[in-house]
Design a protein around this ligand. Structure first.
Ligand code: AMP
Ligand code: GLY
Length: 431
């Protein structure tokens, strides 16, 4: 392996995050070959894709063996929690991403909350319930608004920020009695509501060593001005200057380092991305959640800003060699606007033809990352999911990055195209 870096990498997943991972890995000076499973129409233009589902652990291990890959980078949470990395390691294939024990930090909000409370890491107080009556009784002891969360993975939809007691009670009943989230909702947390700005901090962790990636802000609601239902994320920007250098120091001291150490103290050998969802409350930063993978769409603004070779970074984390690695980041601002199918996050059409502007008309630092796209029998690129594309632009100012990303969005044609018009507005209006 040249430079001791792997030469054949398999990326698992099919979203904008995975497209960004593929692009950044391809940009490595080690010039690796990259494969993806299952990928999407855009990823397939860049690298060979294999039709193996991201949650088919056995088939993914078999694919990695058959193709003789020497490194697997896992994008989504589901294969991590199903033990894909455990199985790859048993097969002797190095992988980036936590094993199932580490993935539980995302797959169980109760597991995580217990760790946060045990290690006194700032987080909202919470109660845990598996029966309706005690949950309803607890609700009456707390103030409104209040947050009700299904314990397990629910694709970002298991959280209700209730503005009234009746709404909170309905959420409790819906989760515990209604079976709305299946096994994921058989236990729940009721958590005090935190007020403030949210930010996403992606931390590349290897045991007790870690590297913090640049801070980003996501836009979770579907509509402009943060209105409408929550989504997987409608856009992002980085850096998030609401996190000043002094605040970042505090976040590292009070949250990042204690979290990494707590996870290690719990006996988890975590090698992957610890995505810390933070609320910047007036009293200080507080943990909303951990995810155990790169964020989507945060990855689409964080990775293009890295000067450091992503492959070297992920490989070092997986191999336990992260100590002393110094991250280099471009000074440019990045904005990613997610183009969704109209109707998302509820019902939306699939199969609408997408037409793209010629590559020659794109700004020099623009990236069109594919998420829910596929190719139809006529060879056209069509919509195939709720979040369809992520359009990222990098520029010396946030304004210029946003303007460039939006100019590209306007040139993309698709009948069901929908996107927020205010990605980055919070920071643009602040400055
Ligand atoms: P999660 O699935 O934990 O990321 O929660 C989804 C969203 O719900 C978060 O991004 C927040 O906007 C909101 N949320 C979760 N927990 C809280 C909380 N304790 N206080 C206020 N908002 C919250
Ligand atoms: N953008 C939030 C997430 O990836 O969960």
């Amino acid at each position: 392996m040249a430079n001791n870096l792997p030469q054949l990498i398999l990326v698992v997943g099919s979203g904008g995050r995975e497209h960004a991972l593929v692009r950044s890995l391809l940009a490595s000076p080690a010039r690796p070959r990259v494969l993806c499973a299952p990928g999407n129409a855009g990823i397939a233009q860049d690298v060979p894709c294999f039709p193996v589902a991201a949650d088919d652990v056995g088939a993914l291990v078999a694919l990695a063996q058959r193709e003789k890959v020497d490194f697997v980078v896992v994008g989504p949470e589901v294969p991590l929690s199903l033990g894909l990395v455990d199985e790859l390691m048993k097969a002797g294939i190095p992988a980036y991403g936590p094993k199932a024990d580490g993935a539980l930090l995302e797959a169980s909000k109760i597991f995580t909350k217990k760790i946060l409370l045990k290690y006194k890491i700032p987080t909202a107080p919470a109660g845990f319930f598996s029966a309706v009556a005690p949950a309803l009784a607890y609700l009456r002891t707390r103030s409104i608004p209040i947050v009700v969360k299904a314990d397990g993975l629910a694709a970002g939809k298991g959280v209700v920020v209730a503005q009234t007691l009746a709404e909170a009670e309905a959420a409790v009943r819906g989760m515990l009695e209604g079976g709305k989230f299946g096994a994921s909702g058989s236990q729940l947390l009721i958590e005090d509501c935190l007020a403030g700005e949210e930010t996403s901090l992606l931390v590349v962790v290897s045991g007790r060593d870690y590297v913090m990636l640049p801070v980003a802000q996501d836009h979770k609601r579907v509509g402009d001005g943060d209105t409408g239902p929550n989504t997987g994320g409608m856009g992002a920007y980085s850096p998030a200057e609401v996190v000043t250098p002094a605040l970042l120091d505090r976040i590292e001291r009070e949250i990042v380092r204690p979290s990494v150490n707590a996870i290690a103290d719990e006996g988890i050998d975590f090698r992957g991305t610890l995505f810390i969802g933070l609320m910047l409350t007036p009293a200080g930063p507080s943990v909303i959640e951990y995810n155990t993978r790169f964020g989507d769409p945060e990855t689409q603004v964080v990775l293009p800003r890295l000067q450091t070779d992503l492959l070297a970074l992920l490989w070092a984390a997986a191999r336990g060699g992260l100590a002393g690695l110094k991250l280099e980041v471009k000074p440019d601002y990045a904005v990613c606007v997610v183009i969704a199918a109209k109707g998302y996050p509820e019902a939306y059409p699939k199969g609408d033809v997408i037409t793209f502007p010629p590559a020659s008309s794109l700004p020099p630092q623009a990236f069109i990352y594919h998420a829910g796209t596929a190719r139809n029998s006529a060879g056209q690129t069509v919509t195939n999911g709720g979040r369809v594309l992520g359009v990222t632009a990098l520029a010396p100012t946030l304004r210029a990055a946003a303007d460039q990303a939006y100019a590209v969005c306007e040139q993309i044609q698709c009948a069901s195209k929908y996107y927020r018009r205010d990605i980055g507005a919070r920071q643009l209006h602040r400055t």
